[in-house]
Design a protein around this ligand. Structure first.
Ligand SMILES: [Zn+2]
Length: 639
């Protein structure tokens, strides 16, 4: 009988906080511009992003909607504003995606398009630095009167796009526009000036990016000031309605927060901003709050897909364990937000549990947000459907398409990290990379068929000088058995000098002359002098797993979900004509088979028992064929 690993999401332990006084950020990111993705899973997606997704975004922004025309009208100072008051942000996010794509695949025509947009943004900027087409076209006298009108949110996306484009091309124009807007904002708000609580967080993390690229500390200080504004009753919608502090994460000072509440995407961006500020200010109050909030999100309010925010009424959270399946909201932006935030938490702590959540959200909740062809998008990602929920070409509120468009081309960010004398391997995605470790540049190459199997080979292709230090490989939470092989050929003598590390023996291993903690916070640590041509073979056993939800989740009582490696599976009606009769029991046998002709190539799972046979596909790939019912949580008969 198959043993069911119950409550895999509940198995995390608490841990201590870093000491005040030393840097709180243990791991530095390895930027995706140093990581070239070469695998069969993500590389085709990056290609379809460049060829299809960006064209869809540009067409929608320029032709199908008035988003670019809003900037043209704002530059002329006349004409109507069309769309929603925060539509500028979609244009900035699409531009950020273009910038990242240019880093991966230089493209003169695309760069010319970006320059054309940037000229239009600059022309729409007011002499005092203010830029926002909604207020410019509907009455500048009303600007900065309603904290829920996303002026700083749009500014934040402007700053992020500017930093991305500056890094991609070295061109400063949008950075100058951004700095002028930032100076305008700081001339109105700040210590001794007006109070402000951004109704939709975002500008805080963007200001830290602006600080990173310009070195101007006033941006960091202002981001910190904005965070400290929360929870003191300053929030207001002016004369345009009632401010709900809980919805805006404004019901307590950020360092006192204990429970996630309100709008999910706003919460994610807030926590990212807190993490970014705390990385510099070493504010242990922020870090402690984020640990409490992480537990509340992951242990009580997260779906098995890594999606968060169950309710469509507030696009966010309700009660703990309230995780409906048909009505799940799980906005695509929120799953991407989980990637952003967990990445930062991992950098503080060096704990792999954050990458486990990052990976769950990335391969499931976020990836479902885009069609296999790269041209249609989900805003809402339910875990069950009666067959009427489909991806759309665009949305009136188009945050999710533009979010996916900036997220996909930058996924190379999440593969590696670097710390003093150590390279951290977080995700298993085929790539070649150049990683700066101290004053040494190390060339790595990973070959893998992940997520379809758990094998990967990490080649040490060279370094400025032999790399002597740690390689830390994350052991995924889903993996119960693994083996590492350190492969070395002594070229002088032509003999193999490698070492096997099996899971059951790994803790016992010590090697003369090298410190070896071996397993540290979920990472397998191997510390040695790495020669060119050395390689590390990683072998994670990847069986089909049946998982149960926390018993407090009433919706999933008597049900189980099926997962293999990082991929959560679902049943679609098109594969299962007896869709309503699908059920699991303790004797269900599973076989996984790669089907190259299905859904751009997926590993399908066939489940078989006395009560019949059915087929499961990866959740991210659902709704790419004929419409029909879908479910992740399946009935489970205990006998
Ligand atoms: Zn969204």
């Amino acid at each position: 009988m198959k043993k069911i690993p119950l409550l895999i999401l509940m198995s995390f332990a608490l841990f201590g906080y870093a000491d005040k006084g030393k840097s709180l950020k243990l791991i530095e990111p390895v930027d995706f511009s140093h990581v070239k993705i070469t695998d069969n899973f993500w590389q085709p997606r990056l290609k379809s992003h460049a060829t299809t997704t960006l064209s869809v975004c540009i067409d929608q922004i320029e032709n199908q909607t008035g988003r670019i025309r809003n900037f043209e009208n704002a530059a002329k100072g006349k004409g109507e504003h069309s769309g929603i008051f925060f539509d500028d942000s979609d244009v900035y996010k699409a531009l950020e995606g273009i910038a990242y794509s240019l880093i991966n695949n230089p493209d003169a025509a695309l760069e010319a398009k970006a320059d054309e947009w940037i000229d239009k943004f600059a022309a729409a900027q007011q002499p005092d630095g203010y830029i926002n087409t909604f207020y410019t076209l509907t009455g500048l006298d009303k600007r900065w009167t309603n904290m829920d009108k996303h002026e700083m949110y749009c500014a934040g996306h402007l700053f992020e796009a500017a930093v991305a484009y500056y890094r991609a091309t070295g061109k400063r124009k949008l950075l100058d526009v951004s700095e002028k807007m930032a100076r305008h904002i700081m001339s109105v708000f700040g210590p001794g000036k007006r109070h402000w609580v951004p109704g939709h967080e975002e500008v805080e993390l963007a200001l830290v990016k602006l600080y990173n690229v310009t070195g101007k500390k006033e941006y960091l200080d202002f981001a910190n000031w904005l965070l400290e504004e929360r929870g003191h009753g300053h929030g207001s919608k002016g004369d345009e309605g009632q401010w709900n502090p809980k919805y805006y994460q404004d019901d307590a000072p950020v360092r006192e927060m204990t429970d996630i509440a309100g709008h999910a995407v706003r919460a994610m961006y807030l926590y990212c901003g807190m993490a970014d500020v705390a990385a510099y200010t070493q504010d242990s109050g922020y870090i402690a709050a984020m640990h409490r909030l992480w537990d509340d999100v992951v242990l009580r309010n997260m779906y098995v897909t890594g999606g968060i925010g169950s309710s469509r009424h507030n696009e966010g959270f309700t009660e703990d364990y309230d995780l409906p399946n048909y009505d799940a909201y799980c906005e695509t932006c929120a799953s991407v937000g989980m990637v952003y935030w967990n990445w930062r938490m991992n950098q503080f702590t060096g704990d792999s549990k954050y990458i486990d959540v990052l990976e769950r959200s990335m391969y499931n909740g976020a990836l479902a947000g885009i069609s296999l062809a790269g041209d249609r998008f989900f805003y809402v990602n339910p875990l069950a459907s009666h067959g009427t929920h489909h991806r759309q070409a665009w949305y009136g509120c188009a945050c999710c398409p533009s979010q996916i468009s900036r997220f996909l081309p930058s996924i190379g960010n999440y593969i590696y990290g670097v710390s003093e004398n150590a390279i951290w391997v977080n995700l298993f995605i085929g790539n070649s990379a150049e990683i700066q470790v101290g004053n040494n540049k190390v060339k790595l190459r990973m070959e893998t068929n992940y997520p379809w199997d758990g094998n990967a080979t990490l080649h040490i292709d060279g370094a400025d000088k032999p790399f002597e230090g740690e390689i830390r490989v994350r052991i995924p939470e889903w993996c119960k058995d693994y083996c590492f092989i350190y492969d070395r050929i002594n070229e002088k003598h032509g003999i193999w000098e490698g070492t096997f590390y099996f899971k059951d023996e790994v803790e016992l291993y010590t090697e003369k002359g090298y410190k070896s903690n071996v397993i540290d916070k979920g990472y397998f640590v191997i510390n040695r002098k790495w020669n060119p041509t050395d390689k590390l073979t990683i072998s994670f056993k990847m069986p089909v797993e049946v998982v149960a939800a926390n018993p407090n989740v009433k919706e999933d009582e008597g049900k189980r979900a099926v997962q293999r490696g990082p991929i959560v599976y679902c049943a679609e009606q098109i594969d299962n004509k007896d869709f309503d009769k699908i059920s699991l029991n303790p004797d269900t046998k599973f076989t996984a088979n790669f089907n190259a002709g299905l859904l751009n190539g997926v590993e399908t799972i066939t489940a078989e028992s006395e009560s019949g046979q059915f087929t499961l596909i990866p959740y991210y790939s659902w709704d790419n064929r004929e419409a029909g019912e879908m479910k992740v949580w399946l009935d489970y008969n205990e006998f």
